[in-house]
Ligand binder design. Structure first.
Ligand SMILES: Cc1cc2nc3c(=O)[nH]c(=O)nc-3n(C[C@H](O)[C@H](O)[C@H](O)COP(=O)(O)O)c2cc1C
Length: 202
């Protein structure tokens, strides 16, 4: 069956792309307004795109009222943000942060998580996330209804409990990032679920 893009509503297109480009990594992006209010929202449309300088990109659609998402407004004004990676025990809290929380203060605290001071940026990271990346805005543009944001990774925080002897995050140490499938379906990348494929061996 061929599905032509011009027959799709924006919502249909979102469903089709996210149900087929799956699993996608999920992370909370923490960002701060000029008044110091800390915002938290999950994103799954992001990717590593350059190693030198280490750079990631994420994309944010507009709110239903056509306005920019708070994350994007904050990043464009502060020029910085933090990506905080999720593991399975945090999935329920993640679901609470998809709505506008109307926080006047710190949405990290509002959902029962712990903000901790970052090193290079003023935006806090999340203590409960075992991997976080402090980022500086490097570029931004729009495609259609969507904001595309590029960030240079200034540093990566990794809980030493999940580092192998080579100093790299290791599934044997219990690191289990979660992937997003369609709508509200998720897949934890546990060691049991992961297959190693070595060329030449079956
Ligand atoms: C697992 C998951 C992944 C999401 N990924 C994205 C995404 O990549 N881009 C996007 O615009 N919204 C995404 N959303 C929706 C945003 O989290 C939601 O619109 C949020 O309210 C934005 O908050 P903000 O206005 O505070 O930035 C995702 C939601 C969930 C639950």
């Amino acid at each position: 069956m061929r599905i032509s893009a011009d027959t799709l509503t924006e919502e249909d297109a979102n469903y089709l792309l996210t149900a087929t480009i799956a699993p996608r990594p999920i992370a909370w992006i923490s960002s701060a307004s000029t008044r110091g209010e800390v915002n938290l929202a999950p994103f799954s449309a992001f990717a590593p795109i350059c190693n030198r300088p280490p750079t990631i990109v994420f994309s944010a659609g507009k709110k239903p009222n056509g306005m920019r998402k708070d994350t994007v407004l904050n990043v464009l004004s502060s020029k910085e943000f933090v990506i905080n990676f999720l593991e399975e025990p945090l999935l329920h809290k993640m679901a609470q942060t998809t709505e506008d929380l109307l926080s006047q203060g710190n949405e990290i605290r509002l959902v029962g998580l712990t903000p901790i001071q970052s090193h290079f940026v003023a935006t806090p990271r999340i203590a409960e996330c075992r991997v976080s990346m402090e980022c500086r805005l490097s570029s931004h543009f729009e495609i259609g209804t969507t904001d595309i944001v590029f960030g240079e990774v200034l540093c990566v925080w990794i809980d030493s409990d999940i580092l192998g002897s080579d100093g790299r995050p290791n599934l044997d140490k219990g690191y289990a990032p979660v992937g997003a499938l369609a709508v509200d379906y998720y897949v934890p990348c546990t060691k049991q679920a992961v297959r190693k494929v070595v060329v030449g061996k079956t």
